[in-house]
Design a binder for this molecule. Structure first.
Ligand SMILES: [Zn+2]
Length: 346
């Protein structure tokens, strides 16, 4: 969406100016990921710790659970689906609602086409290509438009009116690939009062109450970091950071550590890596690939009770500003004590 709006801006103004740079190239505006959603509902991301029936997935509602807080007991591996007694397996995707459980599953279609020879305007020989497209939501008999929701966060209030004007231009915007073939046409609806998520302190308290029930130490405080978008971090030598990630890479103070698995020094982190490619429309060239930790990755941290206030202050900053590189493109969005970890652990 950032790219589409930048294109609309350039179509109107011709050349990049200071406003363009502030809106699209600076850290003053962050364009978060677009998630599939249902009208009027807040989408929930399934983290890497979410599990459901191995055979029937989320269709067996009662099998759904989050396994992060199993770390102190190791009992999670024995859990079975209450509906069919199958074992549980990882599930990914998005939910529109937790209770009753309602997964959002956009229908996709594989399009097969042939390339066109530019010189003759006829079919190019041996140039078959395929393209995965998202079609709509719902079932073939009950189709619904595919909606996405995303947040644009503006740190410089003077830019708000400029962005609003752009959104009200009524130009047709196209997202994704295949735009020259007419794919990805979108209509934007603006909502300015987004329902606030539960305050951090309440989530922290509920998470810690659940962690104590799960077997955490009484003198410790626990928190989870759940990546709501990809996270691109580099060390001092500019190498991407993956498995050796530390709480201090998030800006957390000394003394904060990852929780370790029982009788081991292995940290409790559920990490997936992803390579993000992209297209720079202005240059007409592909962007360099970014290797990042993938959306949905989860890390479990701990600190001493005496450190609680200072850690909370740092965590608040992490949620407010994000972490790592390419934040204006939506990278580095982190949720602390994401509710699914304590409401769906049982
Ligand atoms: Zn089942």
């Amino acid at each position: 969406m950032r790219g589409a709006l930048a294109e609309a801006y350039l179509a109107e103004h011709g050349m990049p100016d200071d406003t363009f740079r502030a809106l699209f190239l600076s850290d003053q505006v962050q364009y978060k990921d677009l998630w599939p959603s249902l009208e009027g509902q807040q989408t929930i991301l399934l983290p890497a710790t979410a599990k459901a029936c191995k055979r029937h997935g989320l269709k067996h509602h009662q099998s759904f659970r989050d396994s992060l807080l199993d770390v102190w007991t190791n009992l999670g591996g024995d859990k079975k689906c209450p509906e069919c007694d199958e074992s549980l397996d990882r599930v990914s995707g998005y939910l529109s609602n937790l209770n009753p459980l309602n997964p959002i599953s956009p229908r996709s279609r594989l399009r097969v086409s042939t390339a066109i020879e530019r010189g003759t305007g006829t079919v190019a020989r041996e140039m078959l290509f395929t393209q995965h497209t998202l079609v709509d939501l719902g079932t073939p008999d009950n189709k619904q438009f595919l909606l996405f929701q995303g947040v644009v966060r503006i740190f410089n209030p003077t830019l708000e009116s400029k962005l609003m004007r752009l959104l009200h231009l009524n130009t047709t915007l196209f997202l994704g690939a295949g735009r020259s073939r007419g794919l990805g046409q979108v209509e934007i609806k603006l909502e300015t009062d987004i329902p606030a998520s539960e305050p951090l302190l309440e989530r922290w308290n509920k998470f810690n109450a659940a962690a104590q029930r799960a077997g955490g130490e009484a003198g410790k405080r626990y928190f989870s970091l759940t990546l709501l978008s990809h996270l691109a971090l580099r060390d001092d030598l500019l190498r991407p950071i993956f498995g050796d990630i530390k709480p201090q890479h998030f800006g957390l103070p000394e003394g904060v550590m990852w929780v370790c698995h029982l009788n081991s020094k292995q940290p409790v982190v559920f990490l997936n890596a992803v390579t993000v490619s992209g297209w720079n429309a202005a240059l007409g060239l592909p962007k360099p690939d970014t290797v990042a930790l993938a959306r949905g990755s989860v890390l479990l941290g701990q600190c001493d009770a005496a450190q609680e206030q200072s850690v909370l202050a740092h965590l608040e900053q992490i949620e407010a500003k994000g972490v790592g590189e390419r934040r204006n493109e939506g990278f580095g969005c982190v949720a602390v004590c994401y509710p699914i970890h304590y409401t769906c652990w049982r």
